[in-house]
Design a protein around this ligand. Structure first.
Ligand SMILES: C[S@@+](CC[C@H](N)C(=O)[O-])C[C@H]1O[C@@H](n2cnc3c(N)ncnc32)[C@H](O)[C@@H]1O
Length: 392
């Protein structure tokens, strides 16, 4: 028998999950980092690389939710086969003696009525193996802040991954003040990527709420890694994790980001409380000096000469807001774009397509996204003299 390789020496398949609608953006990110695309699903992309690459992926990817490294694959018809295969696997090379284990799972197997059962059996196998090797039973439970293992069991095919992210990557660590209806950070990043804004022109975000679009915009414009603030990742709890190479990677990535933006970022909201929260979030994110905040009706947001992107996420009546009032708001957004936004590209992110019609401008492009499972669109409007439909 050859010696068993440590996790950190492995090369293999990496499945990166994301929200529905985000794979095209995730794919672009991966290609620009030099990773191959092996397959693309509705809410994930598969690539390959070294286990050490998962540190870079976790740190740099803006639209990913979890980075899963495949460590084992086998056939199991039922939970007994699952148990046996997992018990025979050398978990002691992956998991520390004094660790805490969380097993997450996606199960589509005809013999398993309740996926919680597969989960319990799987976790028992891992824990029993470690007890046999270490002479003590490791702690386990639902918390994802230590070692996280993911079981993907479809038919009789099982794949076992180390979840190198642990907590989802949308938890960047800067949003202590989310207010109501905040966008998920990964979705906000994808929306800015969809506009093509890279920091050269102005980025205007009326109705900024807790500031997610402006903050993710600042990260993108500065080329700043989105997860530099996070102190905990799943990979830190895999045996053999080398803290010094992680620190060196963070130093390199920090040194590569810019310290200035050519374009201005302006974020406003009618709610003083929202603007205060957005400011505090921007301070936590370390980008407050790149964002100009203001309290005003969206129509009074300053639009400096030079053009750029105006991006707005108005309420759309699913979770809050009143339909009649919102119809008028959307109509006024159309007026705002047309009357004040010459030279800018206008974007509205909404889940209410009837309300969107009230804007009254021609949509040039539309992107489909999902916000907490509600199908949404990012609508791009060309703003030029006489662009109002009714004026033609
Ligand atoms: C859906 S929330 C935006 C959430 C934001 N994208 C985030 O991630 O937190 C809509 C925001 O529009 C603001 N708003 C509503 N009517 C407004 C108006 N007439 N002018 C400016 N802001 C307005 C609300 O205060 C709320 O913060």
């Amino acid at each position: 028998m050859g010696e068993i390789m440590s996790f950190w020496e492995k090369k293999g398949r990496i499945a990166i999950t994301c929200a529905k609608g985000l794979p095209p953006f995730l794919k672009e990110e991966l290609l620009s980092m030099g990773f191959p695309i092996l397959s693309e699903g509705l809410a994930h992309i598969e690539t390959e690389g070294y286990a050490t690459d998962t540190m870079r992926l976790n740190l740099l990817l803006r639209t990913a939710q979890r980075v899963l490294f495949l460590i084992h694959e086998f056939r199991a018809k039922d939970s007994e086969e699952l148990y046996r295969n997992l018990f025979e696997f050398p978990w002691e090379t992956y998991l520390p003696e004094d660790g805490y284990i969380c097993l997450t799972s996606t199960v589509e197997n005809p013999t398993i009525k309740d996926s919680r059962f597969a989960n319990v059996r799987g976790k028992d196998a891992i824990v029993d193996r470690l007890r046999e090797k270490y002479g003590r039973r490791p702690d386990s439970g639902p918390k994802r802040d230590k070692s996280v293992i993911h079981l993907y069991w479809r038919g009789d095919h099982c794949q076992i991954f180390m979840d190198t992210s642990g907590e989802p990557l949308s938890k960047r660590g800067y949003r202590a003040h989310p207010l109501k209806a905040p966008l998920q950070e990964t979705l906000a990043a994808a929306l800015i990527l969809a506009t093509g804004w890279k920091g050269e022109a102005h980025l205007i975000n009326p109705m900024c709420g807790s500031g997610t679009l402006a903050i993710e915009g600042a990260f993108i414009g500065l080329g700043r890694a989105p997860n530099l603030l996070r102190e905990n990742f799943g990979f830190m709890h895999i045996k053999g994790f080398d803290e010094s190479s992680w620190k060196a990677l963070k130093r390199r990535v920090r040194a590569e980001s810019k310290d200035f933006l050519k374009g201005r970022i302006i974020a406003t909201d009618i709610s003083q409380q929202a603007v205060e929260a957005a400011k505090r979030n921007a301070i936590s994110a370390g980008v407050d000096r790149f964002i100009e905040f203001g309290v005003c009706d969206f129509s009074e947001t300053p639009l400096p000469a030079g053009g750029g992107v105006i991006i707005m996420n108005p309420e759309y009546g699913e979770r809050m807001g009143d339909q009649e009032e919102l119809k008028e708001t959307y109509r006024r957004i159309g007026d705002f774009f047309k009357k004040r936004g010459l030279g800018y590209k206008g974007y509205i992110f909404t889940g209410n397509f009837d309300l969107a019609k009230r804007v009254g401008l021609r949509v040039r492009r539309r992107f489909v996204f999902f916000n907490s499972n509600i199908e949404c669109r990012l609508l791009e409007y060309d703003i030029y003299e006489g662009s109002k439909k009714t004026a033609r």
